[in-house]
Design a binder for this molecule. Structure first.
Ligand code: DHB
Ligand code: FE
Length: 285
């Protein structure tokens, strides 16, 4: 059967993608940020996922006011990097896993969560920047990737509780797929940032670090946080953090924290990153 072995959380700041694409990762501004991902690249090269179930948000690139699904699952064969206004990023095309994606669609919808199916879509920095941070600059991404888009751009976003419960349904779906696959689930976006209005530039280190503590040790408590608290304390774009709860809901109650990194700022954003392994999957030495 397929099994979820690990979860990864990471921010997705578009300027990080530009720094990688333009060969600027070693500059004084960027080097401390990329140092926080050195362990992660080694870890994932050893963990070798067959599939990454990648929870992210589209930033009015593929979707917009004309159509904005709350939860949308990529069932297509492949997804191209999007042109967000300055040409597509020079990164590989995302190869999906249609069989597993359709299995998850069926299982999760029949488990009472409504999903939108996407067969054709370009993927923006919300998906490609986490891939670049974790895998660097390969010719091809080293595994299949199932995009799972969550609306956190147009009001109303889904609640943290719904995201956490949905993670559990996604886990049931993946673990009932009859193929021996090593699956990672990633929750992306955040941490605190606000890109607009009088509070633009808001960062809240204390709140972010409490969030990092809680998502590891007390995810059920964290799931109860109302969305207004995210917006008030972590800024209007801090609401992206509800996506981390989908990842966390899909893991064991008890997880092993392999890596934690926090860095301020990257562009306008506080960057947070966690690697969590499922306790039930950790091979004892
Ligand atoms: C920035 C952060 C984001 O999450 C985003 O989607 C766009 C921009 C930033 O910090 O510049
Ligand atoms: Fe964003």
């Amino acid at each position: 059967m397929a099994r979820i072995t690990a979860g990864v959380a990471t921010s997705h700041v578009p300027a990080i993608g530009a720094a990688i694409d333009q060969g600027m990762t070693g500059t004084d501004y960027w080097a401390p940020l990329f140092r926080g991902y050195e362990f992660s690249k080694q870890w994932i090269a050893k963990s070798k996922p067959d599939v990454v179930f990648l929870v992210y948000n589209d930033h009015a690139t593929a979707f917009g006011l004309d159509l904005f699904p709350t939860f949308a699952l990529g069932c297509g064969e492949e997804f191209k990097p999007a042109d967000e206004g300055w040409g597509p990023r020079p990164v590989p095309i995302v190869k999906g896993h249609p069989d597993l994606a359709w299995h998850i669609t069926q299982s999760v919808i029949q488990d009472d969560f409504d999903l939108t199916v996407i067969n054709e879509m370009d993927v923006d920095h919300g998906l490609t920047v986490p891939l670049s941070l974790m895998f660097g600059q390969p010719e091809a991404w080293p595994c299949r990737i199932i995009p799972f888009a969550v609306n956190v751009v147009v009001y109303p976003p889904p609640s943290g509780q719904r995201c956490y419960n949905l993670g559990k349904a996604i886990r049931r779906a993946i673990e009932s797929f009859d193929e021996d696959l090593n699956v990672h689930i990633w929750g992306t976006g955040g941490m605190s940032h606000q890109l607009q209005g009088p509070r633009a530039g808001l960062i809240n280190k204390e709140w972010d670090n409490a969030f990092l503590d809680q998502i590891v040790a007390n995810p059920r408590g964290l799931a109860a946080k109302p969305h207004l608290e995210y917006v008030r304390e972590a800024g209007s774009e801090g609401i992206e953090l509800v996506m981390w709860l989908i990842m966390r809901g899909a893991l064991d109650d008890e997880v092993v924290q392999r890596h934690r990194f926090y860095h301020v700022p990257a562009s306008n954003t506080a960057v947070g990153h966690l690697i969590l392994e499922n306790s039930s999957q950790v091979e004892e030495i």
